[in-house]
Design a protein around this ligand. Structure first.
Ligand SMILES: N[C@@H](CCC(=O)N[C@@H](CS)C(=O)NCC(=O)O)C(=O)O
Length: 200
């Protein structure tokens, strides 16, 4: 979702945001998103869902500025980071962290299962961060040093983790912590996070 907004903003495209949540989907949402998941996207040409599919479409239709490398191998590498985020980071930063600490208390009026959160912080999250620590560069961006979709995708999940009160330990994962700080200081990220903060 945030990845799509960042892509639209970086490409300078006008958009309107329908503040739908999976709990109160708007009329006809299943037509746009048959899985019932957010985000869905509508323009003059199509109705489509899934953030990776939407971002790829935006890249194909509005190639500049590019968010996917031209070189096939580097392009695959960028997509791999999207996939890693959507699979592994969702698994460890989604249900057992963001859902527990943010969605349950704020939207479902249910208490956080802090035992589940603590077990996940101790055992679930570290292997994913260990992997990322081996692939993030000391300077610059994830794929070939150039800012790309990978730098929207991976930091998005950590922005949610931060909303859930989880910060990457800079002692244990110094490269990753520095990389995330660098990403969030990127102008596009700065604008997006400020807009989110203003929405409360
Ligand atoms: N891979 C999908 C995942 C979308 C997703 O899981 N969306 C969540 C909210 S961020 C959702 O709508 N969950 C409701 C549900 O699973 O029913 C994407 O990146 O668009």
């Amino acid at each position: 979702m945030r990845k799509v907004l960042l892509t639209l903003e970086i490409k300078g495209l006008e958009y309107e945001l329908d503040p739908a949540t999976p709990l109160n989907p708007p009329e006809g949402f299943r037509r746009i998103s048959p899985l019932g998941k957010i985000p869905g996207y509508v323009d003059d040409a199509l109705e489509i869902s899934d953030s990776s599919v939407i971002c790829q479409y935006l890249e194909d239709r509005y190639p500049e500025p590019a968010l996917y490398p031209r070189d096939p191998a580097l392009r695959a590498r960028a997509r791999w980071f999207e996939e890693y985020a959507d699979t592994k980071l969702l698994e460890v930063l989604g249900p057992p962290l963001f859902f527990e600490r943010v969605v349950k208390p704020r939207f479902l009026k249910q208490p956080t299962d802090e035992d589940r959160v603590a077990a996940n912080i101790a055992n679930g999250i570290p292997p994913a961060l260990d992997y990322l620590e081996t692939v993030v560069p000391e300077t610059g961006w994830l794929v070939d040093g150039t800012f790309s979709i990978a730098d929207l995708s991976i930091p998005s999940f950590f922005a949610n983790a931060r909303m859930a009160g989880y910060e990457v330990d800079a002692q244990r994962w110094p490269r990753l912590a520095a990389y995330l700080a660098r990403a969030w200081a990127h102008p596009a990220w700065g604008k997006r996070l400020a807009a989110e903060a203003a929405m409360g």
